[in-house]
Write a protein that binds this ligand. Structure first.
Ligand code: ZN
Length: 169
């Protein structure tokens, strides 16, 4: 396993659309393991392939707390097939936009189809935090960032803040 560097804004790579995975090979699985390790190390609760420069539709998520047992979720070619009408708001952040957080409204529950690390197909409903993180990560696969939901002014503020944060660290 290996840690990867996380791509940050305003890198254009984050705007690219990732391609579906055709075959799940041991290489894909190694990559997922690396992504999980990179995410835990950051630390974060979700990471999409494009955030480490891999343009494939792969996502890792784990929302378990520090004192809880790890509960990783691997999603290959995730597709959101339905959204709840109810929405909720939560302060969102992103490993590619370090040091910036903003409240974002999103549907509270979603239905998702995806393949797991072993290529098994799943159809599942997710709600609350998992629904939010998965929506955030699927956006990454389509070149979309959570700051896109904000005003242009706030987007520019976010990027300025990240640049300052990176040059200081
Ligand atoms: Zn993100």
């Amino acid at each position: 396993m290996a840690l990867h560097e996380i791509v940050t804004v305003p890198d254009k790579l984050l705007r690219e659309i990732s391609s579906p995975v055709k075959d799940i090979t041991s290489q894909t699985q190694d990559l997922l393991d690396d992504m999980l390790e990179t995410m835990y190390h950051a630390p974060g609760i979700g990471l999409a392939g494009i955030q480490i420069g891999i343009k494939e539709r792969i996502v890792v998520v784990d929302i378990s707390k520090d004192d809880e047992k790890k509960d990783p979720l691997f999603l290959i070619n995730p597709k959101i097939t339905a959204y709840s009408e109810e929405e909720n708001e939560y302060d969102e952040g992103c490993l590619s936009i370090p040091s910036y957080f903003a409240p974002i409204m999103r549907p509270e529950a979603i239905n998702v189809t995806y393949l797991d690390r072993d290529g098994k197909e799943h159809k599942r409903e997710f709600d609350d935090m998992l629904a939010r993180v998965i929506q955030h990560e699927v956006d990454h696969l389509d070149g979309k960032l959570f700051i896109d939901y904000l005003s242009k002014l706030k987007q520019n503020m976010a990027i300025k803040k990240v640049k300052k944060f990176i040059s200081a660290s």
